[in-house]
Design a protein around this ligand. Structure first.
Ligand code: ZN
Length: 238
């Protein structure tokens, strides 16, 4: 009896911790000011003033982890937040069945953001690749528990597949399309995207192929393989 009580107590503590993690981000957002953000420096050496937290989730998107959100690893420039949410909303109005996940962004005040080299000035978001299940083509979110390193641990083959999942390049291209076309309305543009170069032909085959060819995809062999997320950097424009 005592043993089971102890077990129940532990379970309760874990559940409370998980529940409190969920509550942190909305509460922190509630207390944010409305002052637009200012980004300083570069993504690899910079900081952010009046940075904002990304919302935990919307109808068709969510962050990868309540723990990371509670820690405040979802800070961005206010314009980047507004653009990102607007792009998700537009996608939802056209393809309500599609689902999106975003990963790490940066600290609300910017600055060094281990283990990333960049993500320092509120202009970068790691978007996790949208996926479908191979067996029935159903839309799912990339598994993103702590044991899957929040989605960052996936290894996709050269076709963009794992044993169970396939990257939905059409859904990904549509996402980049709306980020790209809505960006000027927020005084932003996409500066560059880091993504596995072997997957670019699949993006170019989508209905947004011609537009994808005009986006700047960069990659360096010394970098971590970007097969499970597309690291997207924005830039302010006049
Ligand atoms: Zn990144």
């Amino acid at each position: 009896m005592r043993k089971s009580k102890k077990w129940m107590y532990r379970l309760l503590v874990v559940m409370l911790l998980i529940a409190s993690c969920r509550a942190v981000n909305p509460v922190m957002i509630y207390f944010e000011n409305d002052t637009p953000s200012t980004s300083y420096g570069e993504s690899w050496k910079g900081h952010l003033e009046n940075g904002k937290r990304m919302p935990s989730y919307g109808y068709n998107f969510s962050g990868v982890s309540y723990l990371l959100l509670a820690l405040g690893r979802n800070g961005v420039h206010s314009a980047v937040r507004d653009l990102t949410v607007a792009a998700y909303d537009t996608l939802y109005s056209l393809h309500p069945e599609w689902r999106y996940l975003y990963g790490e962004t940066g600290w609300v005040k910017g600055g060094k953001f281990w283990p990333h080299y960049t993500h320092q000035n509120g202009m970068v978001i790691d978007f996790m690749v949208p996926v479908i299940k191979k067996n029935d083509s159903s839309v799912v979110m990339l598994p993103h528990s702590i044991f899957k390193r929040f989605g960052y641990a996936f290894e996709f083959d050269s076709l963009g597949e794992t044993s169970a999942y396939r990257i939905d390049f059409e859904s990904m291209a549509a996402h980049l399309h709306f980020l790209n076309t809505l960006a000027p309305g927020y005084h932003l543009k996409i500066r560059r995207i880091i993504f596995a170069p072997e997957f670019l032909p699949y993006l170019y085959q989508t209905s947004y192929g011609e537009e994808m060819k005009k986006l700047l995809f960069v990659y360096n062999k010394r970098w971590l393989r970007h097969d499970d997320h597309y690291h997207t950097e924005f830039q302010m424009i006049e």
